[in-house]
Design a protein around this ligand. Structure first.
Ligand SMILES: CC(C)(COP(=O)(O)OP(=O)(O)OC[C@H]1O[C@@H](n2cnc3c(N)ncnc32)[C@H](O)[C@@H]1OP(=O)(O)O)[C@@H](O)C(=O)NCCC(=O)NCCS
Length: 159
């Protein structure tokens, strides 16, 4: 799913060859290691349509500041864009971050990813001014950071 969604999302950013050559084995090894290790406060959710997985979201402790949460990745197959699965994954992600005790979370996105940025802004995320240059698949890309304040989880009050 991760490899396929990269191919669909980033055709305008990375060369087709590089996207095609991504290793399924390496990605699978990363994910099975991550899911077995279950780092504290980490959560992964998948979205299904017609009993097939069409996307996922992954959250946990920020890689930059352990007092904050981070949305590491949210990816949907293009067939599921605009289907409502994106907002559902996002609400699960925010709920998991709140449940992890975080009052703020960040995410990094390619500056040149207008659809995802529009989506994040609609979901309440705001640019916090941080930028960085990263290299993926041999291409230097600009990333921008978004941030969101998280309300504490509901206390499970009874009516
Ligand atoms: C990011 C993602 C999960 C969002 O889910 P989605 O189903 O596409 O989200 P929605 O359709 O609800 O919202 C997308 C918004 O972008 C708008 N949009 C659609 N195409 C767009 C485009 N080419 N440029 C700018 N905005 C666009 C939509 O109209 C919508 O805005 P609106 O609610 O104001 O109408 C999904 O697009 C995705 O998986 N993309 C590829 C992977 C990716 O980029 N992940 C983020 C990595 S950091």
């Amino acid at each position: 799913m991760h490899v396929r969604t990269w191919q669909e999302a980033y055709a305008h950013v990375f060369p087709e060859e590089g996207l095609r050559a991504q290793s399924l084995g390496e990605r699978a090894a990363f994910w099975s290691g991550w899911l077995q290790r279950r780092p504290s406060a980490a959560a992964v959710f998948v979205a299904e349509a017609d009993r097939e997985i069409v996307g996922f979201v992954s959250v946990g402790t920020s890689r930059e500041d352990e007092r904050e949460g981070e949305l590491y990745a949210i990816y949907l197959r293009s067939s599921a864009w605009g289907s409502g699965a994106g907002p559902q994954l996002m609400s699960q992600a925010l709920e998991a971050l709140r449940a992890g005790g975080f009052s703020e979370a960040t995410l990094w996105v390619l500056a040149d990813n207008p659809r995802a940025r529009r989506f994040y802004e609609r979901e309440g995320w705001r640019l916090d001014g941080a930028r960085r240059t990263e290299e993926f698949l041999g291409v230097e890309v600009e990333e921008v950071r978004y941030r969101i304040a998280l309300e504490p989880p509901a206390q499970g009050r009874h009516p």
